[in-house]
Design a protein around this ligand. Structure first.
Ligand code: GDP
Length: 449
């Protein structure tokens, strides 16, 4: 399950937070004094969120004041096991050098971090919380683990980090899921532009808004609410997530050029189509790949925008290199559209807006069951699944349960016997056969009764 490690210097209240999250009963049983454990794990529950939580407090006592090698090791182990981190400070004590040392671990881990300013009951932690902005770990969540205050803020902060529960696709029911093309064409397409700091996201959004201002008459105006902006491009409506607005709110973070995974997730979850923007001068770096992975995991349509094209030379050569790099680094969204743009010069915007609409159409696409099963038979014939312990694995049929992204259920004799590699083969073949470039594709296995 999703695992969150609680880290921080000794005595900031990590164990109290752990106990609150896993429930008092288990904690009491576990809390034998004098037992040094490297870490405790428990099943945490916060509202409807369930996750595994790891406490690194086992060595609190002995390590007071200094960062011993063992504590460091223990923290690193916990970080290694975790999908996300809660970095805890004592908001009443303010920041100490030890906090900064632990914050370095948290930052280097390259995992989503929630900064928790503990001991904030009754506003006593305001100053410490303000100081903690300087850690560059985002907005502090003020809580009191002991008194149970601030838990709903903590819930909000953790919620956006956790994967959405995997939806069991419903049985195939055309009437329920198909939205007519006309209806789809009338809805604004929800778009987010994500990418590393300085990729040029804000510049592009500002450009889009500027164009919009030229295109629409004054009375139409643009509504600019806190999180999104509606624009019309050649008769089509788009609702664009306002990354700039987000940035205004977290200026300190921005200065430290930290990629906030929580911010990226918020934008991705808002959107139907996510434009992943890269700087043409350094492409497909680790953070870019992590963002692409988030987009795929969340099942959104993806368009790759390569920005600052005005600075590049040998462009035709570069375009073909980009294509093969993209398919190499992002095989899970093979064929994702790539558009070269310059947000600064306003170049490539038409192509970008067209690519967004195309990606949206593919993402919504539905494959008729008959055609699907004709392909399926051929694909299985051409490359049958491996036998499991001498018994043939039988694949019966496949049906699409929904679009957005295209999701299929494959009925078979034994779901646990279908290797991941075989599912990858089917996914790629399906992508080719029905022209589904770039979109995430889900195939769920179901055992035929
Ligand atoms: P964000 O962090 O992704 O929102 O990036 P910004 O929009 O703030 O841009 C970062 C820097 O890149 C700024 O100095 C921009 O002027 C510059 N920049 C953005 N787009 C382009 C572009 O298309 N060409 C060039 N040459 N510079 C750009």
């Amino acid at each position: 399950s999703f695992t969150i490690a609680i880290i921080g210097r000794p005595n900031v209240g990590k164990s109290t937070l752990f106990n609150r999250l896993v429930g008092q009963k288990l904690a009491l049983v576990d809390d034998e004094p004098g037992v040094t454990r490297d870490r405790r794990e428990g099943n945490a529950r916060l509202g409807d969120l369930e996750f595994t939580v790891i406490d690194t407090a086992g060595l609190d006592e002995g390590a007071k004041g200094s960062l011993t090698a063992r504590m460091q090791e223990q923290t690193e182990t916990a970080i290694g096991l975790a999908d996300a981190l809660m970095f805890v400070i004592d908001a009443r004590a303010g920041l100490t050098p030890n906090d900064r040392a632990f914050a370095d671990f948290a930052r280097r881990a390259n995992k989503p971090v929630v900064l928790v300013a503990n001991k904030s009951e009754g506003k006593h932690g305001e100053i410490g919380a303000m100081e903690s902005y300087a850690l560059g770990l985002g907005d502090p969540i003020q809580i009191s683990a002991e008194h149970g205050e601030g838990m709903s803020d903590l819930y909000d902060a953790l919620r956006v980090l956790m994967p959405e529960p995997v939806e069991e696709p419903e049985e195939f029911d055309d009437d329920d899921v198909i939205v007519s093309d006309e209806e789809l064409a009338q809805r604004p397409i929800r778009v987010a532009i994500v990418g590393r700091p300085n990729a040029g996201k804000s510049t592009l959004i500002n450009h889009l808004l500027g164009e919009e201002r030229l295109l629409t008459s004054a009375e139409a105006g643009t509504t600019r609410d806190s999180i999104s902006v509606e624009i019309t491009w050649q008769g089509r409506d788009f609702r664009v997530f306002d990354t700039a607005g987000l940035r205004r709110r977290s200026r300190i973070e921005e200065k430290l050029e930290k990629l906030s995974v929580a911010d990226a997730l918020r934008a991705i979850r808002f959107a139907e189509v996510v434009v992943m923007m890269m700087d043409a001068q350094n492409r497909f770096e680790e953070q870019d790949l992590r963002i692409a992975d988030l987009i795929e995991r969340e099942g959104r349509a993806i368009v790759l925008a390569v920005n600052k094209w005005d600075l590049m030379e040998r462009k035709p050569h570069l375009i073909s290199a980009l294509r093969s790099d993209a398919d190499h680094w992002l095989p899970q969204v093979k064929g994702a559209p790539i558009v070269a743009v310059s947000g600064l010069m306003g170049e490539g915007i038409d192509r970008l807006m067209t690519a967004i609409q195309d990606a949206y159409a593919v993402w919504n696409k539905r494959v008729p069951t008959a055609a699907l099963n004709r392909w399926f038979e051929q694909a299985v014939d051409a490359n049958p699944p491996p036998a499991v312990s001498g018994r043939r694995l039988k694949l019966n049929y496949i049906t699409q349960t929904k679009g957005r992204p295209p999701s299929f259920v494959l009925f078979c004799s034994r779901a646990d016997a279908v290797p991941q590699s075989y599912l990858r083969y089917l996914t790629n073949s399906l992508r080719e056969a029905f022209d589904l470039p770039g979109t995430p594709i889900r195939i769920t296995l179901r055992e035929k009764a």
